[in-house]
Design a protein around this ligand. Structure first.
Ligand SMILES: CC(C)(COP(=O)(O)OP(=O)(O)OC[C@H]1O[C@@H](n2cnc3c(N)ncnc32)[C@H](O)[C@@H]1OP(=O)(O)O)[C@@H](O)C(=O)NCCC(=O)NCCS
Length: 246
């Protein structure tokens, strides 16, 4: 079965990405511009480059406490190869961490035209459904979202999805027991949609952004020689039956 692809062509020992010579891209374009090209099919404008650069920079790392950072370091500490630890970190991204970007983008796209957004948010809250892209385990306010929405405004990409994301955040905070900030997943999702990307690509952007951070954590773990990481016994509470006779 043939692969049909519009991404890369290799011909006469030369490579072309989306029709542009890779040699020329290498010397004339940045990594961010080429990421945009490979995913979108066309080169970005200066404004698109600036905004995508901001998105990828803001999500580069969030410390070893995150699910992906923790898992990558634990797997590295067991002396697996770097790519095994990296894959493990990426696999730790789920609906509550990293993967929330996709759910948020889908929700924004599907509800862009919804007139009664406040009623919908209220109803989801009553059903105890958590809106992807909102809330944070340690932050009451996610400054990364403010910065990104600011750059989106400056570059002319603050559109209906960004406005919807902020409106949902305002409603959610009125009816919640604690601050539920628009988090980086939610802000990135709204901005990528306003840039014209499909929601199905959004998780890929988060992964592209976070891989350098994970690689740094894996290297730090391997070079540091901390030994095998383990959950401390004092943090483990046994709740099963007491030892008993067979
Ligand atoms: C990230 C997350 C797991 C942190 O949870 P947490 O701070 O431990 O929140 P809690 O479990 O203490 O919940 C506190 C209250 O906020 C509510 N809440 C938290 N996140 C919510 C969300 N995204 N949408 C609606 N309500 C939310 C809870 O339902 C709970 O309400 P209640 O007190 O009325 O029952 C959570 O906010 C979440 O699941 N968010 C959606 C996934 C997401 O965007 N993840 C990316 C994080 S960067």
């Amino acid at each position: 079965m043939k692969y049909q692809t519009a991404i890369t062509k290799i011909e006469d020992e030369r490579e072309f990405v989306r029709g542009y010579s890779l040699e020329e891209l290498t010397t004339k374009k940045s990594f961010v511009e080429t990421v945009y090209l490979v995913l979108r099919g066309e080169l970005p404008t200066a404004a698109e480059t600036r905004l995508l650069n901001a998105l990828l920079t803001a999500a580069i790392d969030h410390g070893p406490g995150t699910a992906s950072g923790q898992v990558a370091r634990i797997v590295a500490s067991a002396q697996n190869s770097p790519h095994t630890a990296l894959a493990a970190g990426i696999l730790a991204m789920g609906e509550r961490h990293g993967g929330a970007i996709e759910g948020a983008a889908r929700f924004f796209q599907e509800n862009k035209e919804t007139g009664h957004i406040a009623g919908l948010v209220q109803s989801l809250k009553e059903q105890k459904i958590r809106l992807p892209g909102y809330g944070h385990a340690v932050l009451t306010h996610d400054g990364r979202s403010d910065v990104l929405l600011g750059v989106a405004k400056e570059t002319g990409f603050y559109g209906p999805h960004c406005a919807l994301a902020e409106k949902i955040g305002a409603v959610l905070n009125q009816i919640s027991s604690k601050p539920i900030p628009l988090n980086i997943d939610g802000a990135m999702a709204a901005i990528l949609l306003d840039m014209g990307f499909d929601w199905r690509l959004t998780k890929g952007f988060f992964i592209i952004a976070r891989v350098p951070g994970l690689v740094a954590h894996i290297y730090e773990e391997m070079a540091g020689g901390e030994g095998l990481r383990r959950v401390p016994e004092e943090e483990i509470e046994y709740s099963g039956p007491e030892p008993r006779a067979l």
